[in-house]
Design a binder for this molecule. Structure first.
Ligand SMILES: Cc1ncc(C[n+]2csc(CCOP(=O)(O)OP(=O)(O)O)c2C)c(N)n1
Length: 644
């Protein structure tokens, strides 16, 4: 498509110069550019396509960056990036050194608040509005949140508080009737059913017709709306509107509006932008709008690798081993067939966590609770209290949100809940909001819990089985966003002894103690080291908690030097566990190097790039070990004597 408008939109002030009647054409160009770039570089597609008109209208009406737009999650903010000075940088999105796939305050003054996790926008926007009032300033604050974001408890906590504080705050509810990233049941928002019922209710339609008649005449919008409501009320006992819930929380509700009519959206925002108090504008949109394949295959084209623009299909990959996710999904179904008390729980990510398979085979043993990780954990605790064995499958990064539920509802009561953390470790292009690098640290500090990480697919299966059999308390396992290693999957499952590791390779000079996917990289490092005649012992510790003390004693007794390796933060993670154990046991004359993710947020890039940069691949680990041995040798040399 030849672009008439967007090549000269370097900021929203350029957008504002375009006559309103031409905004439809601007939207078509934004949409085309979005599909064009994402088809080449991959990224989030469907949500952005559904929010094009909304984004154009918001930037057209509001005076950003003085007025603050606070987007929830941020995966729908690609059109926002295109219109706010990042059009030319857009093809670098999610690549090392390029712009982020989510929102970042340090990337643009138009990103009023960083995001990547759901349901935070209304809280952040209310905080901004409160700060504005305290500082005596006048700008406007708009939170844009999807119906998915609305399934998270924080959204209601924020609305309840906003209703009390009565701040001038606009919440735009972008309702595309898609909550879960699921091919099976995307409509998890109970209010969705409520809305659908209300929208087809004759009373509501009569009410709405009156309101629309009046909104045609633009002055006195709010008063007339209320008058219309009263007029309809006269004729019926009770008026049901989709906004009753929000109004109970102290918001004034407007909608639902068609979220793809850009001129109408401009008109609506113009009229409400200076209303006082919290208001909610409900717009109905279609995920993937305007691009056939994304409208049809909404789940697959939510987030994509590069694809053919005509067909929407990504090129077929050469045959590769299955992902850890699918190994888990299959094993869970298998085990559920033998154990009738086991259930699977996901927080809006059935496809991403592999639980779709459970839904397909045993739908009554499967629960998708919406984007509600905290609830997922306490819901699981409730089931465990009644003798069920819930397997909570959540991405490592999203489970962070449920820390207190894990501590207070599960570990304190020593309930047998199994936590399966997918996307543990670095995740690549999604970047710092999504890297799952804190899980080993935040899990292992809690009493009663067992924490494990498998080195390959067979160990993952055994760990899942062991976790389900471990009736004495909570237990967690984590694995990376990756294909499994391709080792032949053995028949059946073995019970692993809790807290026992295994030595995979004997060595003389140094021992590398690794967990999870770092075991494979450590074996590669040992090969490299052997070329330099360094003999490294490789230990798969399997358990981050409890630490295998016997094995530690044995290894240290023979080598005296260990390097711990993990795909997680060095602060309080697996290496810390080893160091703490050595200190507690008072093992003398040992030298330890803790290697893992440093104490800072890691940028986005491919996994290979990030592993290389952080020295977590085979060569990197070998280099770390050599540095460690060199330092150790230097430390042992006698200090040079000085001559006078
Ligand atoms: C706390 C948290 N859990 C899960 C996710 C993964 N996730 C990203 S987008 C999404 C669906 C969001 O739905 P909605 O807000 O309606 O936006 P849509 O994609 O439908 O436009 C989910 C579950 C997340 N970002 N944050």
């Amino acid at each position: 498509m030849e672009y008439k408008y967007i090549n000269s939109i370097d900021s929203p002030s350029d957008l504002k110069k375009i006559p309103v009647a031409e905004l439809k054409a601007v939207c078509a160009e934004v949409r085309d550019y979005l599909v064009d770039v994402v088809s080449k570089v991959g990224g989030h597609l469907g949500a952005g396509l559904g929010a094009v008109e909304l984004t154009v209208a918001l930037h057209y009406v509001f005076d950003t960056p003085e007025d603050k737009l606070v987007w929830d999650v941020g995966h729908q903010a690609y059109p926002h990036k295109i219109l706010t000075g990042r059009r030319d940088a857009f093809p670098t999105i999610r690549q090392l050194g390029g712009i982020s796939g989510f929102l970042r305050r340090d990337e643009s003054e138009y990103d009023a608040f960083g995001a990547g996790h759901a349901s935070t926008a209304i809280s952040a926007a209310l905080g901004i509005a409160t700060a504005r009032d305290l500082a005596g300033e006048k700008y406007r604050v708009v939170a844009i949140v999807g119906d998915g974001g609305m399934t998270g408890g924080m959204a209601y906590e924020a609305m309840n508080n906003a209703g009390l504080l009565k701040k001038n705050l606009i919440v735009v509810l972008n309702d595309n009737q898609m909550v879960s990233l699921s091919s099976i049941n995307p409509k998890l928002w109970s209010f969705h059913n409520y809305f659908s019922e209300v929208l087809t209710h004759p009373t509501y339609n009569k009410f709405k017709a009156s309101v629309w008649d009046l909104t045609g005449k633009l002055d006195g919008f709010g008063d007339r709306l209320r008058a219309a409501a009263r007029q309809v009320e006269k004729g019926v006992k009770a008026v049901v509107t989709p906004g009753m819930l929000f109004e109970a929380l102290g918001f004034r509700y407007f909608g639902p509006f068609n979220g793809h009519k850009v001129t109408k959206l401009v008109e609506i925002f113009e009229h409400v932008k200076d209303f006082t108090g919290p208001i909610i504008i409900h717009v109905v949109t279609k995920k993937g709008r305007g691009y056939g394949p994304a409208e049809k295959d909404v789940t697959r084209l939510h987030g994509v690798t590069p694809f053919d623009k005509v067909t929407g299909l990504s090129p077929k990959k050469a045959a590769e081993p299955p992902s850890f996710t699918s190994i888990f999904g299959k094993a869970l179904v298998d085990i559920c067939k033998q154990e009738d008390k086991v259930v699977g729980i996901t927080a809006a990510m059935p496809d991403g966590t592999g639980l779709t398979m459970l839904h397909e085979t045993m739908p009554d043993r499967f629960f998708d609770v919406g984007i509600a990780e905290q609830h997922a954990v306490t819901f699981a605790a409730g089931m465990a209290a009644e003798g069920y064995v819930p397997v909570v499958a959540v991405y490592s990064t999203f489970l962070q949100r449920a820390f207190d539920q894990i501590a207070h509802d599960v570990c304190l009561q020593n309930l047998h809940v199994v936590f399966v953390m997918d996307r543990g470790g670095l995740v690549g292009a999604d970047g710092p909001t999504h890297h799952g690098v804190f899980d080993l640290a935040y899990m292992r500090c809690l009493p009663n819990i067992v924490v494990m990480a498998p080195k390959d697919e067979n160990e993952l299966r055994d760990m899942l089985y062991t976790a389900i059999q471990h009736k004495s308390g909570p237990i967690a396992l984590r694995y990376p966003r990756a294909n499994a290693l391709g080792v032949p999957v053995k028949y059946g499952y073995d019970l692993l002894p809790i807290g026992k590791g295994e030595t995979l390779r004997r060595g003389r000079d140094v021992a590398i103690l690794a967990v999870g996917n770092m075991v494979g990289y450590s074996l590669a490092a040992a090969e490299e080291l052997s070329k330099d005649e360094i003999s490294a012992e490789i230990v798969n510790m399997r358990f981050i908690k409890p630490v295998d003390e016997e094995l530690l004693h044995d290894v240290l007794g023979r080598t005296g030097k260990i390097v711990t390796v993990e795909d997680g933060t060095v602060v309080g993670g697996f290496g810390s566990a080893v160091v703490e154990t050595i200190a507690r046991l008072q093992i003398p004359n040992v030298r330890v190097k803790v290697h893992g993710i440093p104490d800072r947020y890691i940028e986005h890039g491919t996994l290979e790039e990030l592993y290389r940069a952080l020295r977590l691949d085979g060569s990197g680990i070998a280099a770390v070990v050599k540095d460690f041995l060199l330092e150790e040798e230097l430390a042992r040399r006698p200090a040079p004597t000085t001559t006078q």
